[in-house]
Design a protein around this ligand. Structure first.
Ligand code: ADP
Ligand code: MG
Length: 816
């Protein structure tokens, strides 16, 4: 599974050498001939030439010595030692990790420039895949060229003219060459042409030119075409950008046959200052010299069944597609070669997740007696929905087992996750343990504390957990008191923010850590909360997320968790009507607000707030609140934003919950969790500045009581993309479909927000959206691998590869 072509060749050499030395009982005695044979195979591989030389030299030295002589024995020993080193994973790793300076034509200056773009090592170049492909396999007759076409032609230089001009105060040397074939002529034009290029284009020279055809007076032209001089290897470098010549690339070693140039040419995102052609040569050299050192980890069966090439071969094809390649597949990252590289990467990632999962399952946990807490279910003010009951049963099943739970509770806004989490917590507290509930923001922690208190109040004294809140804004003395009570076991259920994972927090009988994530925390924080417990047994972990996450992302963000989904809303929810208002629709929006107030209902008005323009945003929220207060003098208006103290915010929220405040103006801090049944109208200002998932969250704040909700998205510009996104909000209320649309339109980084996308693994070739269908395959393979070998004890190389790539990100070392 892991051996590279190079390692396999070396292994063969070693076996042959062992046989030749007679120190292994090798039946059939493969011998010196076998050694030569293996050598020939090794020398044909894509590995550094100096490595091939060193290998050949050692074999030759041994052969030159008389068999039986001391010199022969010495040379044999040295060859054996060298082979041993060359066969190791570490050797290949070091070679791939070399600076690009190891490549011909790369000096310190260029190496530095490449390193700044994340291309400092040979391996970086290998995995810097083409963004697109330029299909130069079919030639156009020059007479058939159409303006606007991207084409490749072969022609003979008929004439050449170099003209010095001064344009905008700068000297320019314009090179113009007329090339022609039997059907017509074409002008090739360069501004700032290098001497080399000008000299190369002598009349009579045959060239292959690729570029966009433009009209030029009565003729056609290509400006700065890609140029290959046919018939000899010293093709001119056609780009003006690379005229400095400082680190000029080595030219292709093989003189291209005319027809070899009619190929599919990779197009790369080139670092600044490196001409495309130079960069292509550089990557081609890296591939030529290193690709057979690249290991592959996919189980053989999977790669074979799918007909995928080995990684080295895949790299060669991706960087230089075969003549008969289907370019569309290559451009779409869908060729078998691409698939191999993508699967390799995803497989390692999923292995990391599978390992975490397996490690936790092996760790000792706290088997709770779930029967006691179950009495609480019937005490709540409502009956659980079937979906809630199912999720709760899955959770309780885990809690009763002696290994720690790691479960994701996923459900749309308002689906009743908090109630389920509460009952899970009561399962722990009723059995004499503690539970902790961590929220991403102060406001949410406050909101959760209130909801949990309400639910707790419904329970009989014997079952009712003692609650406390711990957030950073709590006055020092109060926080100290909470911590002391927690440490003494006098608090059963604590709700808080990051303050819960500070070092001075001790929750000695912690059995259940609940994290309300909104994908903001990530693996590390989950582990940190779990670590607040004491003793050898790891607490159970329940992660809640109200943001529907498309399955492909969920598999990766939460890939090491089991999943429970609450897929139905509590009864009596009327669907929320949504409309899109644009500038100029102010009157209708005002009427909707007035109507809601007249019905005795409440409303939210939300303004965006982004960190970069916090001041301006805050001002517009403040102005908005003032304007609204003036327009509705009979209704109390409150303003909530992140700059308020926790008490001020809590007081404002309490006024809104009690109905004293009729209109709550806020920045996005109310995004999640706020739960006021009488609020029926949600107005989102500058809706174009919100993500769809966020809008979905906001919309979920209304229509939570019996009365139907209305959501008005006020768009103030933003262009086509945001129109498309906002329209998706009108088309469906299904959070998962909205999330999918958002993900498709914005890509995973944007989807999760810049801060949150830090929790996404940074992938080199795979793309979680584009390669969604491969994620599941990689995942199944990885989990099967770990089921068969839970700690990868039988595959140390693979384990090291996973740890190197993902160990830190997945906190593989820390969590047991
Ligand atoms: P989520 O956390 O998933 O957004 P919550 O747990 O906050 O949802 O529940 C939303 C609202 O629905 C709360 O007011 C809660 O009390 C109520 N609720 C939860 N479960 C039920 C149920 N089974 N029947 C009726 N109302 C419910
Ligand atoms: Mg909630």
């Amino acid at each position: 599974m892991s051996a590279t072509p190079w390692q396999r060749a070396i292994a063969e050499l070693r076996a042959a050498l062992g046989a030749a030395r007679g120190d292994e009982a090798a039946p059939g005695l493969p011998d010196e001939a076998r050694l030569r044979d293996a050598l020939a195979r090794a020398l044909a591989l894509c590995v550094p030439p100096e490595l091939r030389d060193a290998l050949a030299r050692r074999v030759d030295a041994r052969e030159a010595a008389a068999p039986g002589s001391d010199a022969h024995a010495l040379a044999t020993r040295e060859l054996a030692r060298a082979l041993e080193e060359w066969e190791s994973d570490a050797f290949a790793e070091r070679a791939l990790g070399r600076s690009v300076e190891a490549l011909p034509g790369v000096g310190p200056k260029r190496a530095h420039g490449l390193a700044e773009r994340g291309l400092g090592r040979v391996v970086d170049l290998l995995f810097h895949l083409p963004q697109a492909y330029d299909d130069r396999r079919s030639l156009e007759a020059i007479g058939d060229l159409r303006v606007g076409q991207h084409a490749t032609v072969i022609g003979t230089v008929r004439s050449k003219r170099v003209e010095s001009k001064v344009a905008r105060g700068r000297a320019q040397r314009v090179l113009e060459a007329v090339v022609g074939d039997d059907t017509g002529t074409l002008v090739l034009r360069w501004f700032r042409a290098s001497d080399r290029l000008a000299a190369a284009l002598e009349p009579g020279v045959r060239v292959l030119a690729t570029g966009d055809v433009r009209r030029y007076r009565f003729a056609k032209e290509m400006v700065h075409p890609e140029l290959e001089r046919l018939g000899d290897g010293d093709a001119p470098d056609a780009s003006g950008a690379d005229a400095s010549g400082a680190d000029a690339s080595g030219s292709d070693a093989r003189p291209p046959a005319e027809d070899a140039e009619l190929r599919v040419v990779p197009a790369y995102a080139c670092p600044e200052g490196v001409a495309p052609r130079t960069f292509r040569t550089l990557v081609a050299t890296a591939v030529e010299r290193y690709s057979d050192l690249v290991p592959g980890w996919l189980p053989d069966a999977l790669a074979r069944d799918a007909g995928l090439p080995a990684p080295g071969e895949a790299l060669r094809r991706v960087h230089a597609p075969e003549r008969e390649a289907r370019v569309r597949d290559y451009a779409g990252f869908a060729s078998p070669a691409h698939e191999r590289l993508v699967l390799e990467e995803l497989y390692l990632l999923e292995l990391g997740l599978a390992l975490r999962h397996a490690r936790r399952a092996r760790a000792p946990g706290i088997a709770l007696d779930a029967s006691r807490g179950a009495a609480a279910d019937a005490q709540l003010p409502f009956a659980l929905t079937a979906a809630q009951a199912r999720a709760l049963a899955e959770i309780r099943g885990d809690l009763a087992r002696p290994s720690p739970m790691s479960r994701l509770l996923q459900g749309d806004v308002g689906s009743g996750k908090t109630a389920v989490a509460f009952l899970a917590a009561v399962t722990a507290t009723a059995d004499g343990h503690q539970a902790a509930f961590m929220a991403p923001t102060e406001l949410l922690a406050e909101q959760h504390a209130r909801s949990l208190a309400r639910l707790a109040a419904a329970l009989p004294a014997g079952l009712r957990p003692r609650l406390a809140r711990l957030t950073a804004s709590l006055p020092r003395a109060e926080a100290d008191a909470v911590r002391a009570r927690l440490a003494r076991g006098e608090v059963d259920l604590v709700v808080g923010t990051h303050a819960l994972v500070q070092d001075d927090v001790r929750i000695p009988r912690l059995a259940l850590a609940i994290v309300d994530e909104q994908h903001r925390f990530g693996v590390r924080q989950r582990a940190a909360l779990a670590a607040r417990g004491e003793g050898a047994r790891a607490p159970h972990a329940l992660v809640m997320t109200a943001t529907p996450i498309p399955r492909t992302l969920a598999l990766t963000l939460y890939g090491d968790l089991d999943v429970s989904v609450i897929d139905a809303l509590p009864p009596g929810r009327a669907p929320t009507a949504t409309w899109l208002a644009r500038e100029g629709d102010g009157k209708q929006v005002a009427e909707a607000l007035r109507a809601a107030l007249d019905r005795g209902e409440q409303a939210y008005v939300v303004f965006p707030l982004v960190e970069e323009s916090e001041k301006v945003d805050l001002r517009s929220a403040v102005d908005g609140a003032r304007r609204i207060a003036r327009a509705y003098p009979d209704a109390r208006v409150d303003l909530v934003h992140g700059r308020l103290s926790a008490e001020e915010r809590a007081a404002a929220m309490a006024r809104f919950e009690s109905g004293e405040t009729r209109i709550l103006v806020s920045t996005t801090v109310i995004e999640v969790g706020v739960d006021v049944a009488n609020a029926t109208l949600m107005i989102v200002e500058h809706a174009e500045r919100f993500g769809l998932a966020q809008l979905h969250q906001l919309r979920g704040r209304v229509g939570r009581g019996g009365a139907p909700g209305t959501c008005v998205l006020v768009a103030r510009g933003g262009g086509e993309e945001s129109e498309a996104r906002l329209r998706a909000m009108l088309e469906t209320t299904d959070g998962f479909r909205i999330a999918d649309a958002d993900l498709r339109i914005r890509g995973p980084g944007e989807f999760l927000g810049t801060r949150q996308s830090g929790h996404l693994p940074s992938l080199r070739v795979a793309d979680l959206v584009r390669d969604a269908r491969l994620v599941a395959r990689a995942r199944n393979a990885a989990f099967a691998t770990v089921r068969a070998d839970p700690a990868l004890g039988g595959a140390p190389g693979l384990l090291r590869a996973v740890e190197q790539r993902w160990g830190e990100r997945l906190a593989l070392a820390g969590v047991g």
